[in-house]
Ligand binder design. Structure first.
Ligand SMILES: [Zn+2]
Length: 206
């Protein structure tokens, strides 16, 4: 490929610093969603003032998830950018640098949008699902029942999951949510035990 393609790609691509910045934004979203899920689950199980703590394996898992997603977003963007630049060059090998830059104006904006993702629904919903599973596992709530909530489903997977109504914990493991990009569904405990009344020590991330 000609030097012009590489030069233009390097102007717009995600750099390592961009990826690190996106990773920390995504981690903060995951952290807040996980803490909120722990708090909500503990309250529903009878704890008056839960103080969830993110540490150990859960902290590492959320950090790993933020890293994976930041890399995945950057790699996807960079690949699409290069394809686009190569296609423009192939159509017009005599194109100048400035002409190429003016055609690619929108890619600068697109990169800035990616870099400033404030609410990435998919990763927030991932944290909600992961938090629920950890809460069930650590508190031994394998007999609780759940139902998928989050609005009218539009995809076949969510239609089936919502249509199945009240389901077991094993079902929630076999049918993870979110089911797809922009899925807003999550499992909600329909018969939470009052753990506080039972005098059981409740795990909220310690
Ligand atoms: Zn869904």
């Amino acid at each position: 490929m000609p030097v012009l393609v590489d030069t233009i790609v390097s102007l717009y691509e995600f750099t390592d610093a961009d990826i690190a910045s996106l990773e920390s934004t995504l981690f903060e979203q995951l952290r807040l969603a996980w803490l909120e899920q722990m708090r909500a689950l503990a309250v529903r199980h009878g704890v008056a003032n839960p103080t969830p703590t993110l540490q150990g394996a859960d902290l590492e898992r959320l950090q790993g998830k933020a890293r994976e997603d930041a890399l995945s977003i950057a790699n996807t963007y960079n690949r699409e950018l290069r394809n686009q630049v190569e296609a423009i060059y192939a159509r017009n090998p005599g194109i100048t640098r400035n002409e190429m830059i003016s055609i690619l104006e929108s890619w600068g904006r697109k990169r800035d949008e990616y870099k400033s993702i404030q609410v990435a629904l998919a990763i927030v919903m991932w944290a909600v699902y992961y938090g629920l599973q950890q809460f069930v596992i650590h508190n031994g709530l394998f007999n609780e029942l759940f139902e998928a909530v989050g609005g009218t489903p539009v995809c076949p997977i969510c239609m089936r999951i919502v249509g199945d109504g009240i389901v077991s914990y094993d079902y929630t493991v076999a049918n993870p949510l979110p089911a797809h990009i922009s899925c807003s569904h999550e499992y909600y405990a329909v018969n939470p035990q009052d753990l506080a009344r039972q005098g059981v020590a409740i795990w909220v991330g310690q």
